[in-house]
Design a protein around this ligand. Structure first.
Ligand SMILES: [Zn+2]
Length: 228
């Protein structure tokens, strides 16, 4: 019985590297410092103060900017009197309509679908932690967020926009539209939401809340009574 009681605290003393499975000692680190995996160099702990509140605020701001950033025109080109403009949504549709199905779908997935899902997941998970509620869905969504990390590529789209601007600079008059400003702000918010997300703290809180919930459930109390 004594051994059973010791187990959870022993487990808390170790953390596993998600990349190479190396178990290392869980230590308290102050903000600004971090713990890297000694084998593969992955960042394991990098504390951020008020990470839940910051992530929640950034996900709301990102979602508010999302529709204008995706659907409003980014740039206006004026080439010898011929004007043209387009949004990220227009570019995905134009690629599909021109027969570049793979490129069109890639733009849709990496610049529209995945960034939107990531923001929605961040909102759901940080809100659940903010109100101290988390369950199986929160665990599933936060795992999904990590899997989606490699698929959101707003910055790649930004590079292609910059390349277009540089190439067209001497050939056309370029005007920056509201969509361009919203897109830049959305990109900054996406970068900051990754920087301010303290994954280690999020997982610790999720498991703390779900464990407390399981302990207070009637089936757990019944099992405890039967055990004693
Ligand atoms: Zn590692």
């Amino acid at each position: 019985m004594k051994d059973k009681a010791k187990r959870p605290s022993d487990r808390d003393k170790l953390i596993l590297c998600p990349d190479c499975d190396l178990a290392i000692k869980n230590v308290q680190v102050e903000e600004g410092k971090r713990v890297l995996c000694p084998r593969c160099g992955r960042n394991l702990i990098s504390p951020v103060s008020n990470t839940v509140e910051k992530t929640l605020a950034l996900s709301i701001a990102g979602l508010l900017l999302f529709i204008p950033a995706i659907f409003l025109p980014l740039l206006d080109f004026d080439v010898i009197g011929l004007e043209s403009s387009g949004s990220i949504w227009d570019s995905a549709i134009a690629l599909v309509n021109s027969g570049f199905y793979f490129s069109g779908i890639a733009v849709f997935v990496t610049s529209i679908f995945v960034p939107l899902i990531k923001l929605l997941i961040l909102l759901q998970v940080s809100f659940q932690l903010y109100i101290s509620r988390a369950g199986a869905l929160t665990i599933y969504l936060f795992r999904t967020y990590k899997h989606l990390d490699e698929w959101g590529m707003l910055e790649v789209y930004m590079i292609s926009v910059l390349v277009t601007i540089i190439k067209m600079l001497h050939m056309a008059r370029i005007q920056y539209d509201t969509g361009f400003i919203c897109f830049i702000l959305l990109l900054i918010i996406t970068i900051f939401s990754s920087l301010f997300l303290d994954e280690h703290f999020f997982w610790k809180e999720i498991y703390k809340i779900t464990a407390n919930k399981a302990k207070s459930s009637p089936s757990f109390s019944q099992a405890k009574r039967q055990e004693s």
